[in-house]
Ligand binder design. Structure first.
Ligand SMILES: [Zn+2]
Length: 122
């Protein structure tokens, strides 16, 4: 009798541990990949880049103009652009869901997308 009870306890413990690990694993996996820099040109989404991967990409817009989007250390910013006002270049890097970098002359919006509730706590 006692042996069976002990075995059931071990199984129960194993199930709880497995569930805890699964939840932890999902959170770990979901967090870095949970946020994206979404690029919108003239109101249309043309690309999105995960914030956990460092990249440097040229975004062409109407009239042969260019904005250089850089993602580094989980933050997105415009490194350079040939727009007249350079407001997008001067904007601080964005990393939180809902933050945007806007280049009005090029009708370009770089928006951070993802679960906003998660990164508020962590
Ligand atoms: Zn600009």
């Amino acid at each position: 009798m006692d042996k069976i009870k002990l075995r059931n306890d071990i199984i129960l413990l194993a199930v709880i541990l497995a569930a805890a690990f699964a939840v932890w694993g999902v959170i770990r996996l979901a967090m870095p990949a949970g946020r994206y820099a979404v690029v919108e040109l003239d109101g249309k989404t043309i690309a999105s880049y995960p914030l956990d991967t460092d990249i440097r990409v040229e975004i062409p817009s109407e009239g042969g103009h260019i904005n250089v989007l850089v993602i580094r250390d989980g933050k997105a910013s415009v490194e350079s652009a040939d727009c007249p006002d350079k407001l997008c270049v001067r904007q601080r890097p964005v990393s939180k869901a809902g933050q945007t970098i806007i280049c009005l002359p090029h009708k370009l919006i770089i928006r951070i997308d993802g679960e906003s509730g998660v990164d508020a706590e962590l």
